[in-house]
Design a protein around this ligand. Structure first.
Ligand SMILES: [Fe+2]
Ligand SMILES: [Fe+2]
Length: 298
């Protein structure tokens, strides 16, 4: 077990000595997209995106995917931005940050598997949020997309120990965060929350990233954290997990956070889990196709 793990993550993140650098346009773009919609300037956003080749290509791929729009002939950044909307552009910019951080070669974590899980969980979270009438399903999408940010951090700061944890989890078919706790002495929740704070992501995303495996500890956004947590679990028990399906009996209604979510979204009571799980299968081909396209455009 690594001594003073938390201090270790903090100081390594501080120096960012092992993390790759991010494109310079990303942070001004993200800051701009954090403002209220009326203050945003489409021209500036289009300009920033146009300066980064992979961001441009990713916007175009997503704008043409049936998962995000009904149009199939978007071929300029401007039409993509207008068609996707500013919020979706922010999600793409954040995805781009993480894409740059995942190493190309599947030495420890297969990047394609990581991305299928992130995108799969984002879509499942949004769909779940819509069906239980959570007020803002797009927040659930972004939470789902970024929830495992800490896996990338662990990959960079403790690659050998992280590989050991992933091998243990895969072999024993246990949740990855449990294997991390045993091998590293901390989980991707803690390291992810530190990077989220370092990047200045909002308190809501920090809670999703920091507590998606310990929903009861979330303070202010427990319903959202519970949505992402339950969606993550559904993905991990299907083919959208971390490269293996976890083997265990889970009763979703007994999970921490379920009661809070039920209070916030009473429609949850009539939610048809079996049907929802079947519907998830329908996203798989498009998630796989999109992840392949995003990887080619890095
Ligand atoms: Fe996780
Ligand atoms: Fe996850």
């Amino acid at each position: 077990m690594i001594e003073n793990a938390r201090h270790e993550i903090g100081s390594r993140l501080e120096s960012m000595d092992r993390m790759p650098t991010l494109p310079t346009v990303l942070f001004p773009l993200l800051r701009h997209l954090d403002q209220p919609v009326e203050k945003m300037d489409v021209n500036r956003v289009v300009d920033w995106i146009g300066k980064d080749k992979s961001l441009t290509v990713q916007c175009l791929h997503l704008a043409n995917s049936p998962l995000f729009s009904h149009s199939h002939s978007i071929d300029t950044v401007r039409t993509a931005v207008v068609s996707l909307g500013m919020r979706r552009v922010r999600e793409i910019a954040l995805s781009c940050c993480i894409l740059r951080l995942v190493p190309d070669k599947p030495l420890v974590l297969n990047p394609v598997v990581f991305w299928e899980h992130a995108l799969g969980c984002a879509l499942v979270s949004r769909q779940f949020a819509q069906q239980i009438r959570f007020p803002d399903p797009e927040r659930a999408y972004l939470g789902g997309l970024l929830h495992d940010l800490g896996l990338v951090v662990n990959l960079w700061i403790v690659p050998d120990h992280f590989r050991e944890a992933l091998e243990k989890a895969t072999k024993e078919r246990i949740p990855l965060h449990e294997a991390e706790e045993q091998v590293l002495g901390f989980t991707h929740e803690e390291s992810g929350a530190l990077l989220a704070a370092h990047w200045g992501l909002g308190p809501e995303l920090q809670e999703v990233i920091g507590f998606h495996h310990s929903v009861g500890e979330a303070k202010n956004h427990q319903a959202l954290v519970a949505i992402v947590s339950l969606s993550d679990l559904l993905c991990r028990m299907s083919t959208l997990g971390h490269g293996y399906a976890e083997e265990r009996e889970v009763h979703l209604t007994e999970l921490p956070g379920f009661e809070t979510l039920l209070k916030a979204c009473p429609h949850l009571e009539r939610f048809d889990w079996a049907r929802f799980t079947l519907e998830m299968e329908a996203y798989l081909p498009e998630v796989r196709r999109l992840v392949t396209l995003l990887f080619r455009s890095r």
